[in-house]
Design a protein around this ligand. Sequence first.
Ligand SMILES: Nc1ncnc2c1ncn2[C@@H]1O[C@H](COP(=O)(O)OP(=O)(O)OP(=O)(O)O)[C@@H](O)[C@H]1O
Ligand SMILES: [Mg+2]
Length: 283
Amino acid sequence: MTGPTFSGDSLVVTDLHVEFSGFVAVGGVSFDAHPGEVRFLIGPNGAGKTTCIDAITGLSAATGSARLGEQELLGRPVHKIVRLGVGRTFQTASVFNELSVLQNLDIAAGRHRHWASLLRTRRGVAPSIVQALEETGLAGELATPAGILSHGQKQWLEIAMLLVQDARVLLLDEPVAGMSHDERTATGELLQRVAAKRIVLVVEHDMDFMRRYATRVTVLHQGKVLSHGTVAEVQADPKVQEVYLGTAGAATTAAMSVVPEAAAAELASSPQAAAGTQQEKGD
Ligand SMILES: Nc1ncnc2c1ncn2[C@@H]1O[C@H](COP(=O)(O)OP(=O)(O)OP(=O)(O)O)[C@@H](O)[C@H]1O
Ligand SMILES: [Mg+2]
C-alpha cells in the first residue's frame, strides 16, 4: 500500500445504484461528506440508508462511484476499504460481549492481550487506545466486560474501535437508537469531537438528534435523494414534510407508518425551520 493520507479528503458518492434481484434499493444516490461536519442521512424505513453504507463499505455490490479523495471504493474488497480508513457501525452493536472493553479495543487495533494484563493500569495500553477511551468517555471501563456496558456505552465502544483503527471515515448506522436522553447528548457531543478531524456520516431516525447535531442532511426516500441541505432547509422542504407526514396520500402511507409520530410532529413543528434559520449545533 502506498499509504495516502486522507486528512483533508472528502467522501464523494455519485449516482450510487444497488439492486437486489432486480429490486432497486438505491437508485442513483449522490451526496458528499467532508471532514469537520456531522453529515446526516435520514429517511423512512426501507429508504436505502443502510444499503448506501453497505455499498460504500463493500458489503453490497454497487455501480456509480464512492470516492475517498482520489481513491475509488466501489469494487474493492471489504478489507481493502477498511485499510483505506473507512469504518462503519451496524444497526445492532457488534462488540464481543464476553471480552472487556480493553480486549475489544485490542482486537480492533490488531493486538492480543493476555487476560492477566487486563488488571494493570493504563501502563502498557497503547496511546491510540488511551486516546480512544478518553475521547469516548470509556476510560473508567477498561476491564468491564462489554456485555454489561449500557446500551450507550456499547455504541461508544464501537466508535472507539473505529478510532483505534484510525478510521478517517465513520459511517454510523442509527447510533442513538434506544439511548437515553443523556446518552444521546453525550453521543452528539462525541460525534462533534470526532468529526473535527474525520468524516462522520450518521444514519438516523431521531429527528431531535438530527436537528441538534447535523451540519448538512440528505433525505432518502424509496432509494432516491428526496432533499438535501441544512437542517432548516430540509425541514422546510414540502417534499420532506409530505413523506414524513403523509400529506401526499396513499403513496406515502408505508413511509408514514414507520416514522415515529412524535418525530414527524417535531419535524413539522420546528419554528426555526419555518423561519429558515440555522439550527443550534451544540457547544
Ligand atoms: N440483502 C437484501 N436483499 C434484498 N433486499 C434488500 C436487501 N437489503 C435491503 N433490501 C431492501 O432494500 C431496501 C432498502 O433497505 P435498507 O436496509 O437500505 O433501508 P434503510 O433505509 O436502512 O431502512 P431502515 O430505516 O429500516 O434501517 C428495502 O426495501 C429492503 O427491504
Ligand atoms: Mg437501515
